[in-house]
Write a protein that binds this ligand. Structure first.
Ligand code: CDT
Length: 321
């Protein structure tokens, strides 16, 4: 019996700073309605889906940013979303800013069964940007200020989803997708579906040289397609898109198969649902052939990957005469 799963990326258009959570939640409920109509059994929402991408705003005292954080999940503000998921029998992935009872702050994503029960949680590990106000940057990117590095590793959980039965599920968040190590850690746990949300600005605001705008989308797709192919997994990569508080985000959400092919792609900068039918047995093909890790990997040659963080210059060769 083929293991088929219909998945959706629920891209969100911009959420302005002035929008309350109820605005975002209402739009997400509408996306779940569309997902139901189109037969989706699993829906992936973006990173920090409930608010504007607040790390672009500097606060001297980080507690002033606490209004963007959730202290519990679920909570009354997201109740309509959980009700809709239960009504339609849809499992979903949600990105949000998490503040723990101990006062720790994380950029988090959680995966929920249609019942509303949390199946598992991931806290973002690769935090881009900077900690202090950077006067050189055109736009701040203060994830290192507002979040701690995630402390849950890259977990994979086998859980029943829709008509497919048990599926090996993994998560990453935005910048993580650019790091092959993150994908490989999931691949080594036989992940079959990677869920990831992102907020990627259309412009590289580091002011350290020119980068053409179109390359931002290329780099996003390149990362997800390579990660899926090299680890024989499906991927659902969902964007927040469009002009948010005057700053453009790339959009271009995609669903990718284990061959690295794009199965569906968003074409607007608005709330948009893209859907794909996934034959999960395609993952086994990759894992039995080119990416049969047990047969072909050579970890003894990869020790630098975990022993070293920054790169070092190579030894120099000079001609003997
Ligand atoms: N949210 C997030 O992680 N955004 C980063 C922007 C960094 S600029 C390369 C990203 O990797 O998309």
């Amino acid at each position: 019996m083929p293991r088929r799963l219909t998945v959706a990326a629920a891209q969100l258009g911009p959420i302005q700073k002035s929008d309350g959570r109820e605005v975002a939640v209402q739009r997400m409920v509408r996306l779940l309605e569309w997902a139901h109509t189109r037969g989706a059994e699993l829906v992936v929402f973006p990173e920090l889906a409930l608010t504007t991408f607040f790390p672009r705003w500097y606060h001297e005292d980080i507690r002033e940013a606490d209004r963007w954080f959730e202290t519990e999940m679920p909570n009354p503000a997201v109740a309509p979303l959980f009700e809709a998921a239960r009504r339609y029998g849809i499992a979903f992935h949600l990105g949000y800013a998490e503040k723990t009872p101990e006062g720790r702050r994380f950029n988090t994503a959680a995966f929920f069964a249609p019942s509303g029960e949390m199946v598992f949680k991931y806290r973002k590990i690769h935090l881009p940007g900077h900690r202090d106000y950077d006067p050189v940057r055109k736009v701040q990117h203060l994830e290192k200020r507002y979040f701690e590095v995630g402390d849950l590793g890259f977990p994979v959980v086998r859980a029943p989803v829709g008509s497919a039965g048990p599926v090996n599920l993994g998560m990453m968040i935005c910048n993580d997708r650019r790091w092959p190590e993150a994908w490989r850690v999931l691949g080594l746990q036989q992940v079959e579906l990677v869920m990831l949300g992102y907020n990627t600005p259309s412009m590289n605001s580091e002011n350290k040289g020119f980068e053409a705008h179109h390359l931002r989308v290329l780099h996003s797709h390149l990362s997800v397609q390579a990660g899926c192919y090299q680890n024989a997994t499906f991927g659902v990569a969902t964007a927040k898109a469009g002009v948010e508080d005057g700053h453009e985000l790339i959009g271009h959400s995609v669903i990718v198969n284990p061959q690295g092919e794009i199965m569906a792609q968003a074409t607007t900068w608005d709330d948009e649902l893209i859907v794909a039918d996934c034959d999960l047995d395609l993952c086994a093909f990759g894992r039995r052939t080119v990416f049969d890790f047990a047969r072909h990997r050579r970890p003894e040659a990869y020790t630098r990957i975990t022993a070293q963080t920054g790169s070092v210059p190579p030894p120099e060769w000079t001609p003997s005469r």
